[in-house]
Design a protein around this ligand. Structure first.
Ligand code: GRF
Length: 195
């Protein structure tokens, strides 16, 4: 199949973005990262994108105040200008409106640090510990209107150890996310190409 033109949307560190960029160096990887979009001008991940020669665009949501659709229209235009076929949200911390989601549904995936359907939303590590769970993990899922509620493409699990804190759990999970996301994204690309 032709490599799908991929945009990666970030808000911060961008370590999952970097894992995808690394995987996509393989010529047979089914996605070609051609655009990084950040809603934050100071996102550390922008430097990573620049160092790897991937065009990065900042669309600062603060400039649009409460007008979320005006903001998303600019995002949508940037994506269309780059002929994007698939979007990977990677630590993108804005909730997208139904308007935007409906335009990209079936072509947009996200990584979430919990074993969905458990713990959609924030503070997933603390919530898993507080619930006394024996295991925790991360999920890559299709993005739909509800927050973190689309179909799961793939998950990876880790054990919660006695004495784990949200910070220790998060740092043990992160490399697992980096392993999962490029593989699950590839699966999503093949599914899209087959549809
Ligand atoms: C990751 O834990 C991801 O699961 C969550 O936000 C974090 C982003 O980290 N959605 P990074 O920016 O990819 O380093």
């Amino acid at each position: 199949m032709n490599r799908l033109r991929l945009a990666i949307m970030i808000s911060g560190r961008g370590s999952n973005m970097e894992a995808i960029l690394e995987a996509a160096k393989a010529k047979n990887y089914p996605a070609d990262p051609v655009l990084v979009l950040s809603n934050k001008p100071d996102a550390a991940g922008l430097h990573v994108a620049e160092a790897r020669g991937i065009p990065a665009v900042v669309v600062d949501h603060k400039r649009y105040g409460a007008d979320r659709q005006a903001y998303e229209q600019v995002l949508d235009e940037a994506l269309n200008r780059a002929s994007i076929e698939m979007i990977a949200l990677a630590g993108f911390m804005r909730i997208l409106t139904p308007w935007f989601v409906s335009r990209w549904e079936g072509r947009m995936v996200n990584i979430h640090p919990s074993l969905l359907p458990k713990y959609p939303g924030l503070d997933t590590h603390a919530r898993a510990i507080d619930a006394g769970d024996a295991e925790h993990g991360c999920s890559v899922h299709w993005v739909t209107e509800g927050v973190d509620s689309g179909d799961v493409i793939d998950q990876a699990r880790i054990q919660i150890q006695p004495g784990d804190t949200p910070a220790s759990l998060s740092s043990r999970l992160l490399p697992i996310e980096h392993d999962l996301y490029p593989k699950a994204l590839a699966k999503a690309c093949y599914a899209l190409a087959d549809s």
